[in-house]
Design a protein around this ligand. Structure first.
Ligand SMILES: Nc1ncnc2c1ncn2[C@@H]1O[C@H](COP(=O)(O)OP(=O)(O)O)[C@@H](O)[C@H]1O
Ligand SMILES: [Mg+2]
Length: 290
């Protein structure tokens, strides 16, 4: 089964989840002609700002087209506008307007999540019922946009929140960006076990969980050996491509007002990101553009 919904998740922050999500969406659109939709579930809004730029992101917030407004409506027991209307097409600062779309987050998402839970608790709902409800609403929203996209990439917040769990459960496949060091490997083993159990409990059936080494420093023997260990343990579930710690990747995150080519944006790392996209398409059997 080709993967349509892919969640990018890791308990840890700062491992390159948002950077990986954005660059993957861009290479899929530019080099594979896939229509990619990034859903930003993180109130830190990094992916939203990287993809829309500060001006368009502000416009989306003013037009109440960010995820917090969608779920706030539910918290207030009002009917939200269609999930589809949150999707902003043709974002990114890349030349040629590649098919990258965004469903943006805002910092208020944090408060909305809390208010929503509070509201449900007051009405006597149990936490499991709240989780189930969030999963259903989220999955319903995702389904409503699947006809206008080939692959949905969900950029998750660090830690485990109700929304991160919903993204885990809704996904056909999961990508876990991991810095290859000892502490991260231990964290990854625990997280992987928990994630797989959760998905199997809620959905039944096998799930695809893939790991990609990020912020990889080839000059560090620790990174080399830890990345090797991960590969030995995970086999095909580990990407062969390792995303290096490189200034050109950090720089690409900054919005450019004048459109640039993929090579201009990612500099020396353009080839690596492209290979990551190639491997992603092969591993996850991403559906061909319609
Ligand atoms: N491969 C990389 N090389 C250099 N800097 C990176 C790389 N990946 C991420 N970064 C930087 O590290 C920080 C955290 O990355 P981010 O993608 O926001 O992580 P997360 O989403 O997991 O919190 C950002 O400042 C980002 O620019
Ligand atoms: Mg992030």
């Amino acid at each position: 089964m080709p993967a349509r919904i892919v969640s990018v998740i890791n308990m840890k922050g700062g491992v390159g989840k948002s950077t990986t999500t954005v660059s993957l969406a861009e290479t899929l659109a530019v080099h594979h002609r896939r229509r990619a939709l990034v859903i930003d579930l993180d109130p830190q809004t990094n992916a939203s700002i990287m993809l829309a730029g500060p001006d368009k992101w502000n416009d989306l917030r003013e037009a109440e087209r960010t995820l917090d407004f969608y779920f706030e409506a539910y918290a207030l027991q009002e009917k939200p506008k269609p999930f589809k209307s949150l999707v902003e097409h043709k974002v990114t600062d890349l030349k040629g307007k590649p098919d990258v779309a965004l469903c943006a987050a805002a910092p208020e998402f944090r408060i909305v999540e809390r208010d929503m839970i509070e509201n449900f608790v007051k009405r006597g709902f149990h936490i499991d019922a709240i989780q189930k409800w969030i999963c259903e609403r989220f999955a319903h929203g995702l389904r409503s946009v699947l006809n206008e996209t080939d692959v949905v990439l969900v950029d998750c917040p660090p830690g485990i929140s109700l929304f991160a769990e919903a993204a885990l459960i809704a996904a056909d496949a999961i990508i876990v960006p991991t810095i290859p060091d000892y502490v991260s490997r231990l964290g990854l083993i625990t997280f992987r076990r928990r994630a797989l159990r959760l998905i199997n409990e809620r959905r039944g059936g096998p799930s695809n969980l893939f790991v990609v080494a990020t912020k990889y420093d080839e000059t560090m023997s620790l990174h080399r050996s830890e990345a090797g260990l991960l590969k030995d343990n995970l086999g095909d579930a580990m990407f062969d491509v390792r995303i290096p710690q490189h200034v050109d990747i950090a720089r690409a995150a900054e919005w450019s007002d004048s459109p640039r080519t993929f090579e201009q944006k990612y500099g020396q790392m353009a080839g690596t990101i492209r290979k990551f996209g190639d491997e992603f398409v092969a591993k996850l059997e991403v559906a061909h553009a319609l």
